[in-house]
Design a protein. Structure first.
Length: 538
């Protein structure tokens, strides 16, 4: 389905999708009109090359390399599934709700949906059914699970099913819909176009020099735009081979990277922190060029340990769903002095300069750019910026005001680098979210659920720190009765939202910290949650 620019503030909408930066090299520009068109072109060029290999968990906690599908095999499956979906009415204008697992079948289903011209609405397979159903209802999505048996029957019963020889999707059609964390109310539905995704995919592939034979290892969930659009789409369109782990297991992570001889490995800081604290020597990582980290803030000690103990670098990036993934990426070929300045010896590791095709700036409260070294709000513009928030013209206009995508994140330009382009640091999050194991949790959404529990008078959610897991979710709760306990609150969250939203730390207090204007003092909430010597933790 095509979503034209919103009626509200059209000049801002146009400006936010424009690019006025340095010329973008041909290698970093998209060459096709749709994600699936680009994939089909690549499959025709290297039909027998391996596309995706499943890496599955073993009974002893290790990893084993599982099934592999080639480009030609995947294209055949995509076209057959697209034909089956089309025969059931899935077409341009349809929004198909998927809860993808990290496997071949889910990746094929995503591509098949796009082939029909429909949009994919991504949801977390671990989320509660009620939460996912509400999301689907809001955007008018059809739950794929209601069609799955019919799709399988039509594929099995008609093995020659080929469907459309070329995909129905167009550049400005909605390709992917993903929900935000719900930090400022209920989660918003971000609509990404084929054009926007391809712009980012092409730039990311050029940045990492992805191409035929490049081996990527991925462990982030496929419903994340980082996993789908970086390790999934970018690898497939560039001709690489993706090794996709079915689960998120820090203890077997390095062994899996070694066993697959990956050149680039996607991770999050909590995994990198854990693997560098293991006793004994690391497995053979001689094929690995570097790790890519972007789903959560990276601490300098973690960057140092990875460099010292594993002999590898971390290429950190920054982006968000509203910008089709990456807006900044650290250069992978910095000299030793530059890497030390910006990563291992920096107070806050840098996220790099703007990715090709992106413009990034730091604005003050007056909406004007601030000098290097001064903190302000990070803003982004370029062709990869979202179409908008589905069903929320006002929120779209607010996010794109002044011709920039306002991220709500705070940062600054680093002073005195030799990179040759402005380099940025992210200093904090203006949005009320916590990144837990790479998953974004909206604090206000958690609070809303707990305020509905009998006996809870007030509640505040925030970030706490666990030595192994890194940043975790914690809550402060004011209860009216001792019958309210930590187990009950955790159960309420899991039932309403799912296991990824269950707080690691629950602490009962007499009152919540408030600012003079009566608003919640969120910095003080986080400070209290991070205080280890409190007997009230549960």
């Amino acid at each position: 389905m095509t979503l034209s620019k919103p009626a509200a503030a059209p000049a801002d909408w146009v400006a936010a999708h424009a690019y006025h930066g340095p010329p973008v090299l041909a290698a970093a520009r998209p060459r096709h009109g749709s994600v699936v068109g680009a994939f089909a072109h690549r499959a025709a060029a290297q039909p027998s090359a391996p596309l995706l290999t499943e890496v599955v968990s073993g009974v002893t906690g290790g990893r084993a390399v599982g099934r592999t599908v080639t480009y030609s095999e995947a294209l055949t499956q995509v076209r057959a599934r697209a034909a089956a979906l089309s025969s059931l009415g899935v077409a341009s204008g349809t929004r198909l709700g998927l809860r993808p697992l990290n496997d071949i079948d889910s990746f094929v289903t995503i591509l098949a949906t796009l082939w029909t011209g429909a949009a994919v609405v991504l949801a977390n397979p671990r989320d509660a059914d009620t939460r996912v159903a509400e999301q689907y209802q809001r955007v008018g999505a059809v739950d794929y699970r209601t069609l799955q048996e019919q799709v399988a029957a039509r594929e099995t019963g008609r093995p020659g099913l080929a469907g459309r020889p070329v995909p129905a999707a167009a550049a400005d059609d909605i390709a992917v819909v993903v929900f935000t964390s719900g930090s400022t109310g209920r989660p918003r539905a971000v609509a990404q176009s084929h054009r926007g995704i391809l712009a980012n995919v092409a730039a990311v592939a050029a940045h990492h020099r992805l191409g035929p034979g490049t081996r990527l290892f991925a462990c982030l969930p496929l419903f994340h735009v980082n996993a789908l659009e970086f390790t999934g789409f970018a690898s497939a369109i560039a001709g690489g081979r993706l090794f996709m782990a079915d689960t998120f297991e820090p203890l077997s992570y390095l062994s899996a990277v070694s066993a697959t001889a990956a050149h680039i490995a996607s991770a999050v800081p909590s995994i990198l922190s854990t693997v560098t604290e293991r006793s004994g020597g690391a497995p053979d990582l001689s094929q690995l060029r570097y790790f890519v980290s972007a789903a959560a803030p990276l601490a300098a000690p973690t960057a140092r340990r990875v460099h010292e103990r594993l002999g590898k670098r971390i290429v950190q990036g920054y982006g968000l769903s509203e910008a089709a993934n990456f807006s900044c990426l650290m250069p992978p070929d910095l000299d030793d002095a530059g890497y030390a300045q910006l990563m291992t010896e920096a107070e806050i590791p840098a996220v790099g300069p703007a990715l090709a095709g992106n413009e990034v700036a730091v604005l003050g409260a007056d909406g004007l750019p601030v000098p290097p070294g001064v903190t302000g709000e990070i803003v982004v513009r370029g062709p990869n910026v979202m179409i908008g928030y589905l069903g929320d013209v006002a929120a779209t206009a607010e996010a794109l005001r002044g011709g920039w995508l306002h991220t709500g994140d705070l940062g600054r330009e680093v002073v005195g680098t030799a990179v040759g382009a402005p380099v940025f640091q992210v200093t904090g999050r203006a949005k009320h979210v916590v990144k837990v194991a790479g998953h974004t949790v909206g604090l206000e959404e958690v609070e809303r659920v707990l305020l509905g529990v009998d006996g809870v008078r007030a509640v505040a959610a925030g970030s706490a720190v666990d030595r192994t897991a890194g940043e975790v979710l914690g809550i402060l709760a004011v209860r009216e009765s001792a019958r309210v306990d930590a187990a009950g609150l955790r159960a309420a969250i899991e039932e309403r939202l799912g296991p990824d939203y269950v707080p690691r730390l629950v602490r009962f207090v007499d009152s919540l910290p408030l600012l003079a204007n009566g608003k919640l003092a969120r910095l003080e909430v986080s400070r209290l949650l991070r205080h280890e010597a409190d007997p009230g933790c549960g």
